[in-house]
Design a binder for this molecule. Sequence first.
Ligand code: ATP
Ligand code: MG
Length: 417
Amino acid sequence: MISIPKGTKDVTPYESYKWHYVEDTARRVAATFGYSEIRTPTFEHTELFLRGVGETTDIVNKEMYTFLDKGNRSMTLKCEGTAGVARSFIENGIGALPQPTKMYYITPVFRYERPQSGRLREHHQFGVELYGSTSPFADAEVILLAKRLIETLGITELELNLNSIGCGTCRKGYNAALKDYFRARAEELCPVCRERLDKNPLRILDCKEERCAAIAKDAPVVTDYLCDDCRTHFEALQTILKNEGVSFAVNPKIVRGLDYYTGTVFEFISTSIGAKGTVCGGGRYNRLVEEVGGKPTPAVGFGMGLERLIMVLEALGLSLGSPETPAVYVAPLSEALRGQAFSLVGKLRLAGVSADTDLADRSFKAQMKYANKKGYRYLIALGEDELRSGTVQLKEMASGTERAVAIVDLPKTLGEL
Ligand code: ATP
Ligand code: MG
């Protein structure tokens, strides 16, 4: 047997309803905030991620699924959702339309990581992107959207961590301070971080190696180095969130795993699924669009891991919707009536009522057992008598109650139930 690739997962027909529930909720919440869906390709030119995500990040250094296509072009499977959106925004001239542009996506994301609980090689993200506004109200809006989705799903235990990692101006002073700090302890850092020391010392703060994390614990904090503009923006955002009743903690250790962030960064963290508890990460990336070849365009957004979100819902015993079993099962009483049952089901379906009949040559008794197990809401036993009188007994499975309904009225009656 050929098995599933390491770090990937099937969604079987018995659990896809959970995904529909989460995705439908996400789409609905996004719509109430005025966001429209954007879909971009599953693979892009590798160059886009090198420039967009950043060459000193773990994603680009270690995690990309990169391949040469038959025309010898280097392609990479989507390793996050934002770079493709930025490319599409530029390529489709979306920036020329009235701004801001508010978009959301649901996409597979591919990263070559060491698979473990909550860490896959293909996972899925719901994300939003708000382009064309520098206002702290825009930062607040995307944070509120993430929070609304989380709460609509019934989760109350996620903690919001907030930070600002400053712009190009503040980053200069902060990078210098980080270099001084880490250089003094360079031999203790992992080899990758030793390299990061010169190119992008901020990345050391995001290293997953224990020895680096231990050293990073006492590193200078970025909030001490913010320029006036960044400080004002960060304070305004905090005021808005407080006014909206959002509780959060300022956590200067959050820097996020992608190079494109400027200013605001945030994470929603769960305490119910162990160490891999970051369900949602986001922030502001005012330089990204320019970085991938567009006009300077401020942007803010987040990515939310759907597998981790579902893990949290399951860990907390929260609802994930219910299996999508058709409403009604039509059971022919005899072999000769199979065709009649099949036609009746066809008519119900045409009227928009979900319906099934036997496709497995089961006896009537076996069909009853099957219908019970599958959890149809209604059952119709179709025999000669019913066909002659033009009336069937519509049985509600849960209560066992029956009522007589004319066959011609079935689509209407069932449609209204
Ligand atoms: P982590 O620090 O856990 O590696 P990250 O910073 O790489 O996360 P982002 O790039 O911000 O994560 O992705 C957004 C969200 O996608 C994460 O908060 C997480 O919920 C989810 N996610 C990221 N990588 C994976 C993965 N390998 N498997 C499952 N979910 C993931
Ligand atoms: Mg990661």
